[in-house]
Design a protein around this ligand. Structure first.
Ligand SMILES: NC(=O)C1=CN([C@@H]2O[C@H](COP(=O)(O)OP(=O)(O)OC[C@H]3O[C@@H](n4cnc5c(N)ncnc54)[C@H](O)[C@@H]3O)[C@@H](O)[C@H]2O)C=CC1
Ligand SMILES: O=C(O)C(=O)Cc1ccc(O)cc1
Length: 308
């Protein structure tokens, strides 16, 4: 990239996502200067050791001062309080955004603290892993991934949306715009429910026997191992996702539980036709995904495909 898109970027939270943004922004020359803030002195010191930024500080207000773009890369539960702290320090014309996995309640908690003249446009890169912390990030994380922006006001500043879109495109992503509530319903089924199912199945197996020492691991096929990967995701982050996308998650869990009860009945009553019909339908879905060229061998959540 010839000229940086933003002069001064501030990242609040330098874990997996924040440190991936720092790495990608540096490698791709998307910003000129990066300020890094984290409440953890250990993470801040590690970020400095890794030379992820140009300035490091523990206070979000101080970190936000003078920034053209401020990105909240913290668990969604602290977004409101952090914005309140930063409010007086954000400069007019600055863009404030986030990377949180849920949107509607976060927007509701952040919006009241956004000063006049600051453009708040929430966002969510559909890219990640089960790892966390500054060492877990990598510069290619956002390449060929979707990033969803969820402006919440009808008169949201078009130039700010365009600038934020160019930022994510500069990191290799493709941007889509979505209403916050719609985002939360979509993500509840494609991301939040799969994680809850993983936490639950690994918990159930652990209740039967201590998973790591048991036959569960000795004989586990890749299916169960895939669940253990998701179930290793950060507890604070996923607690906050559940608390902040309660309605959509409960709606999807309700539908899931009904369908699971029907499956349970089919097994109990030996209804082979019903089992066969469902398994045939779901196999077809997987096959049509592969035919559309949307399947690779690597973990694929959020990947943007040329045919999309
Ligand atoms: N992990 C993933 O795969 C993805 C996560 N997200 C979202 O990104 C956000 C960050 O997630 P990760 O980077 O995975 O988490 P992480 O746990 O790796 O990093 C979070 C960082 O925020 C810091 N932090 C927490 N509270 C803070 C506060 N009050 N002030 C300053 N720093 C604070 C922590 O010390 C930590 O360094 C979350 O909102 C999550 O929903 C979005 C896409 C993917
Ligand atoms: O590791 C995986 O499979 C993920 O699904 C990562 C992930 C977690 C949360 C998000 O909001 C986006 C991506």
């Amino acid at each position: 990239m010839s000229e940086p898109l933003f002069e001064r970027l501030t990242l609040i939270g330098i874990g997996l996502i924040g440190s991936s943004i720092a790495r990608a922004a540096k490698v791709r020359g998307v910003v000129r200067h990066i300020t890094i803030c984290d409440e953890s002195a250990v993470h801040l010191a590690r970020a400095e050791e890794l030379e992820l930024g140009d300035r490091y500080c523990g206070d979000a207000g101080e970190a936000a001062e003078g920034a053209d773009l401020v990105l909240l890369c913290t668990p969604v539960g602290v977004s409101g309080a952090l914005t309140k702290r930063m409010g007086a320090f954000l400069k007019p014309g600055a863009i404030l955004s986030d990377v949180g996995s849920t949107k509607a309640t976060v927007v509701g908690e952040v919006r009241p603290h956004v000063p006049e003249g600051v453009h708040f446009i929430a966002g969510h890169p559909l890219a990640g892993t089960e790892q966390s912390g500054p060492d877990a990030g990598f510069s290619s994380l956002f390449e060929s991934r979707w990033c969803i922006l969820t402006p919440d006001q009808p008169d949201a500043d078009a130039a700010a949306i365009a600038a934020l879109s160019r930022f994510w495109e500069g990191l290799g992503s493709t941007v889509d715009i979505m209403d916050p509530d719609h985002h939360d319903r979509v993500l509840a089924i494609v991301s939040h429910l799969p994680h809850l199912i993983a936490y639950n199945i690994v918990g159930t197996a652990d209740d039967l026997e201590t998973v790591t020492k048991s036959e569960v691991i000795k004989y586990s096929a890749s299916g169960f191992r895939d669940f253990t990967r998701l179930a290793a995701s950060d507890p604070t982050m996923w607690r906050d996702v559940c608390l902040h996308n309660k309605d959509a998650i409960l709606e999807m869990l309700g539908r899931f539980s009904e369908d699971l009860a029907a499956l349970q009945r089919a097994v109990r009553w030996g209804d082979g036709d019903q089992l066969f019909d469902l398994f045939t339908r779901t196999r077809g879905i997987r096959r049509s995904i592969i035919e559309a060229g949307q399947e690779t061998d690597e973990p694929d959540f959020g990947r943007h495909h040329p045919k999309d």
